[in-house]
Design a binder for this molecule. Structure first.
Ligand code: SF4
Length: 436
C-alpha cells in the first residue's frame, strides 16, 4: 500500500449532498462505479479511520469551500463525483467565472461539434475574470469554433480511411489505434477527433462493440503494439478496462499495450490505488498523458503521476502546440521541466490539426521549430519532445527539427550547435567504409 494515499479522516463530517445531477444521462460505467461513492474505501485499524483520498491544493480547496460548501473533501476526491458533476452549459459555468460576451455567445446555444464539459476540479484552475487565460481557452468555447476555413476537415488525419473495422485505425505496419470510447471527462476545444467525441456513448464503448476490433488484432499477427484511445479510455470503469486489457493480453503477438489519456490533468482523482493495482497486472503497459500548459501541473496531477509511475507505468506526455497558450519557449520550458519532475517524459509536441473551427488555435510551423531550438541544448535532452505534424490525409506523424546541418565542405559536414557556432565533422564516405 502506498503511504502517500493514506490520510486520516478529517474532522469534516460526511456531506449530505449526493451531488447527483441528471444521473440518468450517464453511461453504465459511470452509474455502476458511482455506487461506491456512498461506500468509499475506508480502513479502520486500532481505532483510527483511514480513507483513500487525494491531496487538495490550497487553490482547489478554496474553490470547493466557496462554490461547493456542502461537498466534503472525500466527495471531491471521488472521481465519480467529479465526473457526474461536470459543468456543461452556460448557466452552470457562469456561476464560477465571468464569461466574456464571445464565450457567452458561443455557449448559448452551443453549436460546435465538440460538447462542453469541465470537471469541477479543472474549473478550480480557471481564471475567474480573464477569458484569455490559457487553461480557460482550452475548455471554454468561443465563437471562432463556428468559423470553418477552407483548409479544415472533419477527419483531417484520414483516420476513417485507415479503419478496417469499427474502432480500429491501422496506419502503421506493427501497431494499431483502438478507439474504445468517445467519452472524455473534459472536452478540449481543439480535439483532433471533434467529429466523434461525445456523440455515440454506449454504442462504441460496449464489450460487444469491441469484439470486431479484438478479432482484427487477433487475426493480424504483425500487430505488436495496441494504443487504447478515444475519447478517454480511463472514463471506462475499472472492471470494463480490466476486461479489455485482459482480452488483449491473451493475444500472443501483442507485446505492448498503451493508453492515451487526459485524466491525470482534468480529473486526477481517477488515478486511484485500485486502478493502478489493476493496471500493474498488464505490463508492459505504457501511458501517454495529454498535457499542454505548466499551470496544469498541480499537486493533484503530481499525485496522480506518482501513483502511475510507482505502478511501473512509463509515462510520456503529448502536447498540442496552441496559439497564445503554449507557443513560446518560456511556457514550454516550464512545462517540460515540470513534467520531468513528476516522471513524465515529454514525448510529442503536435502541430495543431486543422479540424473545423481551429484557426484561432493553429500556429505557424516556425513557432514549433523555434520552441525546439529554444530547448535543445539549453536544457536536459530528456525534456525535449519530438515535434511532429500529423500529415493531413493520413500520412502519419512526420518529425520536424531545426536545421542543424548547414552544409558541406568537401567531405566535411558543417554543423550548427545550439549557440549558433559552426563546427566541422569529417564525414565518412560510403566508398571509405566499403574499402577500408
Ligand atoms: S481528452 Fe483527447 S479525445 Fe478527449 S476531447 Fe481532449 S483531445 Fe479530444
Amino acid at each position: 500500500m502506498e503511504n502517500e494515499t493514506l490520510f486520516t479522516e478529517e474532522a469534516e463530517p460526511p456531506g449530505s449532498s449526493t451531488g447527483l445531477v441528471g444521473i440518468e444521462n450517464y453511461t453504465d460505467d459511470i452509474l455502476t462505479a458511482y455506487n461506491t461513492l456512498l461506500n468509499p474505501s475506508v480502513i479502520k485499524t486500532k481505532g483510527v479511520q483511514y480513507v483513500f483520498r487525494f491531496k487538495e491544493s490550497p487553490r482547489t480547496r478554496a474553490f470547493r469551500k466557496r462554490f461547493y460548501p456542502e461537498v466534503t473533501s472525500l466527495e471531491w476526491s471521488n472521481w465519480y463525483w467529479q465526473y457526474v458533476n461536470r459543468i456543461k452549459d452556460v448557466d452552470a459555468l457562469s456561476q464560477f467565472i465571468w464569461l466574456s460576451e464571445d464565450e457567452r455567445n458561443a455557449m448559448s446555444p452551443h453549436e460546435g461539434s465538440i460538447p462542453v464539459a469541465i470537471t469541477p476540479y479543472y474549473a478550480s484552475l480557471l481564471d475567474e475574470f480573464d477569458s484569455a487565460q490559457p487553461l480557460r481557452r482550452m475548455v471554454v468555447p468561443v465563437t471562432g469554433e463556428q468559423h470553418r476555413s477552407a483548409v479544415e476537415a472533419d477527419d483531417p488525419l484520414g483516420e476513417e480511411h485507415d479503419s478496417p473495422v469499427p474502432g480500429i485505425v491501422h496506419r502503421y505496419p506493427d501497431r494499431v489505434l483502438f478507439l474504445v470510447t468517445d467519452t472524455c471527462s473534459a472536452y478540449c476545444r481543439y480535439c483532433t477527433r471533434s467529429r466523434m467525441v461525445g456523440s455515440h456513448g454506449r454504442a462504441i464503448s460496449s464489450t460487444d462493440a469491441w469484439e470486431g476490433a479484438i478479432e482484427y488484432i487477433e487475426a493480424n499477427t504483425q500487430i505488436r503494439d495496441v494504443l487504447l484511445s478515444g475519447g478517454d479510455p480511463l472514463t471506462l470503469s475499472d472492471e470494463k478496462l480490466e476486461w479489455l486489457l485482459g482480452r488483449l493480453r491473451k493475444i500472443a503477438h501483442v507485446e505492448i499495450l498503451r493508453i492515451g489519456t487526459k485524466m491525470p490533468v482534468v480529473l486526477p482523482q481517477r488515478i486511484t490505488p485500485k486502478l493502478t493495482y489493476m493496471l500493474k497486472r498488464f505490463h508492459p503497459l505504457w501511458m501517454s498523458i495529454h498535457v499542454n500548459h505548466p499551470d496544469e501541473l498541480t499537486p493533484e496531477m503530481s499525485q496522480a503521476c506518482t501513483r502511475l509511475a510507482n505502478a511501473g507505468i512509463p509515462l510520456g506526455s503529448q502536447t498540442v502546440l496552441l496559439s497564445k497558450i503554449n507557443d513560446d519557449v518560456e511556457t514550454m520550458k516550464r512545462l517540460v521541466l515540470g513534467l520531468l519532475k513528476i516522471r513524465v517524459k515529454p514525448y510529442y509536441l503536435y502541430q495543431c490539426d486543422p479540424i473545423p473551427g481551429s484557426s484561432h488555435f493553429r500556429t505557424p510551423v516556425k513557432a514549433g521549430l523555434d520552441i525546439i531550438e529554444g530547448l535543445r541544448g539549453h536544457t536536459t535532452g530528456y525534456a525535449v519532445p519530438t515535434y511532429v505534424i500529423d500529415a493531413p490525409g493520413g500520412g502519419g506523424k512526420i518529425p520536424l527539427i531545426p536545421d542543424y546541418a548547414v552544409g558541406r565542405d568537401g567531405n566535411d559536414l558543417m554543423l550548427r550547435n545550439y549557440e549558433g557556432n559552426i563546427y566541422r565533422y569529417p564525414d565518412c564516405q560510403l566508398s571509405q567504409t566499403d574499402n577500408p
